[in-house]
Write a protein that binds this ligand. Structure first.
Ligand code: HEM
Length: 153
């Protein structure tokens, strides 16, 4: 019988990590190309992917993680505490990122409808969005390592 809880935890980790990486890559490449109607569509899809994939997998990840820690009597272990802390940091970076994405999608839609150029506000938000992605990405990589190595802290 497979360990369904651990399977859920690992699957949600994969979905969370992949959705973050792929949506970021799609938006970066589309903005780099500079095709405004495409940027409008891509930013809209990125927002949707966040609701459909990132949010549910993020919640599943946290709940299954705490459940697993409770099950193995490790809720107070250092590696679990550090994981929760880093996970919280990634979440704190993600919240403004969602807000920026929604605003960027609106600005790009407007620019596409008017056959205009992207306003400077779009690029300002894009730079902040890009910068905030890094600490979240690095935090998740460290959590992956903590999960596998379970160091005594
Ligand atoms: C947010 C708090 C988290 C907690 C409390 C937590 C807790 C745990 C626990 C207790 C285990 C061991 C389960 C067992 O062997 O029975 C585990 C395994 C694992 N976790 Fe987490 N986790 C969290 C977040 C994450 C995140 C964010 C990721 C990756 C993005 C992740 C990826 C993994 C992986 C890949 C394993 C399997 C490791 C292995 O068996 O070698 N976890 N987690």
């Amino acid at each position: 019988m497979p360990d369904l809880l651990l399977l859920c935890h690992i699957l949600s980790a994969s979905v969370l990590f992949a959705s973050g990486l792929v949506t970021a890559l799609v938006l970066v490449l589309t903005v780099y190309d500079g095709n405004i109607p495409l940027i409008a569509r891509a930013s809209d899809r990125v927002v949707r992917a966040d609701w459909i994939l990132t949010l549910p997998s993020g919640i599943t990840q946290f709940i299954t993680g705490l459940w697993l820690a409770w099950r193995m009597d490790a809720l107070t272990a250092g590696w679990v505490a550090l994981s929760v802390l880093l996970y919280g940091l990634a979440g704190l970076c993600w919240l403004p990122v969602v807000r920026y994405q929604i605003r960027m999608a609106g600005l790009a839609r407007q620019a596409a409808a008017q056959n205009g150029t992207l306003p400077s506000e779009f690029m300002r938000l894009y730079r902040k969005w890009f910068l905030l992605g890094w600490p979240a990405f690095i935090a998740l990589i460290i959590v992956f390592w903590l999960m596998a190595a379970r160091p005594i802290l």
